[in-house]
Design a protein around this ligand. Structure first.
Ligand SMILES: *Cc1c(COP(=O)(O)O)cnc(C)c1O
Length: 248
């Protein structure tokens, strides 16, 4: 596919996704401005991210540390040459503690904080980055909630959530911005989003700064918006079916 064809395909995907978000907001009686669209670019090349940036996107979601760190570096170069706006990277995937330092260097927002040990590692990484002069601000995080405790999907269980939220709030290096959730296998998405929204409301009562509810993907963004999502994470509907890349 030529670059021009690919650009047109991505522009279509963005327009159709924005139209879905607008329609879902109308149905739910919400303002479209309340819901941000986060393109998820995992498995897709840096050239696609550059095209999306030309089309006005500034934030991108990735789920594998190594791939994201490489793309963030690559896009830094492309961006300078093409005079594109500053890009922000969101980490959506499971983070191994030994990768905390790297994530703290490139991520603007981590959606997948799900354990006390990871919070400690990320907090330490931010502090180390500050001491080394490579990072000046706290790292914004969402707590990934697991409704069913499935370790394959990650997430902190609902009973363990309040202690993790308090730990983040008390840390120097991390800033609690909200919650993220993925419907468990075998759950009706709407039922999952309704339950996640209730969990989010509980977190916000104690932590008013937790204003982000990251919920909804290509297949279920309407249901997520119905139940209050403020950020939908969309890959396939914008970029097409993900290419197969062998796991590192
Ligand atoms: C891959 C991924 C998405 C995007 O999924 P699509 O179904 O392609 O829209 C959203 N959230 C997370 C956490 C992901 O890993």
């Amino acid at each position: 596919m030529s670059l021009a064809d690919r650009r047109a395909r991505l522009a279509d995907g963005l327009a159709m996704t924005r139209a879905r978000i607008d329609a879902a907001c109308r149905t739910a009686g919400r303002e479209p401005g309340e819901v941000s669209l986060l393109p998820v670019t995992k498995f897709f090349p840096a050239s696609d991210i550059a095209l999306l940036a030309e089309l006005g996107c500034t934030d991108f979601g990735e789920n594998r540390e190594q791939e994201a760190a490489g793309k963030a570096a690559e896009l830094g170069e492309i961006r300078k040459a093409a005079e594109l706006a500053e890009l922000r990277w969101h980490m959506l995937g499971h983070i191994q503690r030994n990768k905390a330092r790297s994530v703290a260097r490139w991520a603007s927002l981590v959606h997948s904080l799900d354990s006390a040990r990871l919070a400690t590692a990320l907090d330490g990484a931010v502090t180390a980055g500050r001491d080394a002069g490579v990072r000046s601000t706290p790292l914004a995080v969402l707590l990934q909630v697991s409704l069913d405790g499935d370790p394959a999907r990650g997430g902190v269980t609902v009973p363990d959530l309040p202690a993790l939220a308090d730990q983040v709030e008390d840390s120097d290096g991390l800033e609690l911005r909200g919650v993220m959730g993925v419907p468990p296998r075998d759950w009706e998405p709407a039922a999952a989003f309704e339950r996640l929204a209730a969990v989010w409301a509980d977190v916000r009562q104690r932590h008013p700064g937790a204003t982000v509810f990251s919920a909804g993907m290509s297949g279920d963004l309407e249901a997520a918006i119905e139940f209050g999502s403020t950020c939908v994470r969309v890959g396939t509907a914008i970029l097409g079916t993900r290419p197969v890349i062998s796991q590192p």
